[in-house]
Structures are given as C-alpha cells and as structure tokens.
Design a protein around this ligand. Structure first.
Ligand SMILES: C[S@@+](CC[C@H](N)C(=O)[O-])C[C@H]1O[C@@H](n2cnc3c(N)ncnc32)[C@H](O)[C@@H]1O
Length: 359
C-alpha cells in the first residue's frame, strides 16, 4: 500500500485482519490485567495511533482500545486504566481527539479511565507521554503500528524493561531490502545497530529471512523471552509482518488462539517466517506440512516427548500446541515416526524418528 497523505484513507484487508487480532487479544488482556494489576494500573499505548477511523470502516486501534477498556469485565475492578495515543500527522491527531471526545465523552467515562492524545513523533514523546499518566508504575501494552519502518528500537527496549509489558510491532522488510545502501539512519533506529546493513551483501533469497531473524533476535535481546511472529499476505501478494513480544507464555497462547479463530482473518494467507519452505496458507484451510517437517527435524536431532513437541510448536512456530498430536499421529501412520515410550501424560510419551527416515 502506498503511504496515504490525507487524514483518512481506506482500510485494506491486512489492516482489517490486524484489527481482528488486536481486538481478540485485547478482549483477554484488559480484564486479566485489570484484575491482576489493580494496585498499579494498566496502560494501553498506541504509538502510531492514526485518525481513529477509515473512509470505509469505523474501526481502528484506538477505537478497539477504548471499546475494550470500557467493558464491564474491566471497569468492575476499578483499576486505573490509561490509554495513551501518539500520532505525528496533525490532521489525524486532531481527528482522533475529536472522535474520541464525541464517542466517549469524559463525564460519562469511568473516573479511573484516563485518555490522552499527543501530536508528535512516537520516539520523541513516548517516555514522557506514558510518565505523565503514571503508566510506568504498571504493565504497558504497546501497539507499535507504524508504516512498518518507524518503530525505534529504543521504544521496544524500554517497554521490555517494564514488568509484564508487551509489544505488537508491524514490520516491513522490503523497505530495508531496498534501502540498505541509502536510508541507513532508519535502519539503525529500528534495529538498534548497524548489523542489518549486511543485508545488501546477501543473495536475494536470503535477505528477507536474515532481516526477520535479526529483528526477532532484537526483541529477545530487548528482554522478551517469547516472540511470536507471522506474515500476512493479501490477495495482491502484499505482505505484512507482525511481531508480538511478551514475557509471558500464556500470552503467546492467547494471541495464537486469536489467530486461529478463523472468523475475521480468513481470506488472508499466513506464513511462518521461519518455515524454510516458506509455505503460506489460509487459516480456513491450514496446511500442517511445515509443522510435520519441523517435528521430523526435531526428532532427527534427538528423541522428544509429546510435551516438548507441543512446547516447541507454541513458542517457535505459527501453530498451536493442539495441532501437534494430530500431526504426530499422521507421522506415526506414515511410519515416519515411532513411539519409544508410552505413558499417561504428554511428558511420558516419547517419540523417535523411524529408522528409514535416518537414511
Ligand atoms: C498504519 S497507520 C496507524 C493505524 C492505526 N494504528 C490503526 O490501527 O487504525 C500509521 C500512523 O502512524 C503515523 N506516524 C507515522 N510516523 C509516526 C511517528 N514517528 N510517530 C507517530 N506517528 C507516526 C502516521 O501518520 C499514521 O497515521
């Protein structure tokens, strides 16, 4: 998509699917966090907030945040809930502020809800904007949905240092592939170092996986032990990468549950950036071949229990834990895998590569 210049623009299917995922995750995040962090409060931070609606949709990340923060399952805890929005484009920031004022007038909002819109650059304002509402006292969920090339590494690092905080980053690899020799400053800001420039020396078919791997590594180094990443591809073949960084394994599970609830994201094709064969599939018709290949690879290294295979799928692939047992059953039926230990629990059941797979 060409970068829009006006205040509003048309919402593309990618963005609609992204909104579905964000809404589903926020449905879980707000009530859980409001209950758990009642004493310190919680913050939804939208660093690239946009105007709050589209020419063809009255939906947006700010609208989702407000709608979810106002649900009774959230407000019943009386937890201080802060919604902080930053938008660089003056017209869009003003549009968002007016829209929020009209849709959610303050006198009728709960007293423990604080909403702020700031106009300016996310990298310049985020620290102060969150501090101003006391957001650094508790967990922060940061939606960093720029045009894919504008989330400073410093923001990600700062959020990662904050207890129980999370980031959802939109990432666009093509920009860095095209501009490795030109726009170096943007690369340095996003990756936090100059290693990314090595992309210009790599063969074309290695560039993308190099950049995605490097960015993923950057989120780990920032302090997120768990990083879920996937690529969404629309009908025109345009792709968009989302990186979800968290310190909490349950959060990975919740985010994935949202992804695999077919409704609202079907029509997009999904790809696991770490799948060496780069297969993509519609969530309505999932292809489990990459998962089966991964299981065979792991078993080629050593025996694994079902519990370990499930854990690996959760943390290292686009698939869910629940997808693993049927995949192993298929591999058993095809005599590619054998069960070398049985037992009641997933940890007891151990699998090995069938002999002929070794040759
Ligand atoms: C992809 S749109 C955001 C869409 C919005 N999150 C939503 O879901 O509806 C990116 C927005 O970031 C704004 N933007 C670009 N660079 C920025 C920066 N450095 N700081 C803050 N906002 C920026 C753009 O003006 C644009 O409105």
């Amino acid at each position: 998509m060409a970068v829009p210049t006006g205040i509003l623009w048309e919402r593309d299917p990618h963005t609609a699917a992204k909104h579905t995922l964000l809404r589903r995750y926020m449905q879980a995040w707000f009530p859980i966090m409001a209950r758990q962090f009642h004493d310190v409060g919680i913050t939804f931070f939208d660093g690239f907030a946009g105007p709050g609606e589209y020419t063809n949709a009255q939906d947006s990340s700010p609208a989702i945040a407000v709608e979810q923060a106002l649900r009774s399952e959230v407000t019943r805890w009386g937890t201080q809930t802060r919604l902080v929005f930053i938008e660089d484009h003056r017209g869009r920031a003003e549009h968002l502020e007016k829209l929020l004022d009209a849709q959610f007038p303050l006198p009728s909002s709960p007293s423990d809800l604080v909403m702020r819109v700031h106009r300016g650059k996310c990298g310049d304002l985020f620290e102060q904007a969150i501090a101003e509402v006391g957001g650094w006292a508790g967990p922060v969920f940061a939606n960093l949905d720029g045009w894919g090339v504008d989330t400073d590494y410093e923001i990600v690092r700062r959020i990662a240092q904050q207890q129980s905080s999370e980031v959802l980053v939109t990432f666009e690899d093509q920009f860095f592939i095209r501009f490795a020799d030109g726009e170096q400053e943007a690369g340095e800001r996003v990756f936090g170092h100059s290693d990314w420039r090595r992309v210009s020396q790599l063969p074309t078919d290695e560039k993308k996986s190099f950049l995605l791997g490097l960015y993923r590594q950057g989120l780990h180094s920032a302090g997120f032990p768990y990083v879920l990443t996937f690529e969404m591809i629309d009908e025109g073949g345009h792709s968009l990468h989302l990186f979800f960084g968290t310190t909490n394994k349950v959060a990975v599970e919740k985010f994935k549950d949202g992804l695999w609830e077919v409704d609202g994201v079907s029509g997009q094709r999904f790809r696991d950036p770490r799948d060496p064969n780069q297969m993509s599939f519609d969530i309505l018709h999932p292809d489990f071949t990459p998962l089966e290949i991964r299981i065979l690879k792991l078993l080629g290294e050593r025996d694994h229990s079902m519990a370990e295979l499930r854990e690996d799928a959760l943390l290292e692939t686009i698939y869910k834990r629940a997808h693993v047992k049927p995949a192993v059953d298929r591999l058993l039926a095809q005599h590619k895998v054998v069960q070398v230990r049985t037992g009641r629990s997933y940890a007891d059941r151990v699998f090995s590569l069938a002999d002929e797979q070794l040759f």
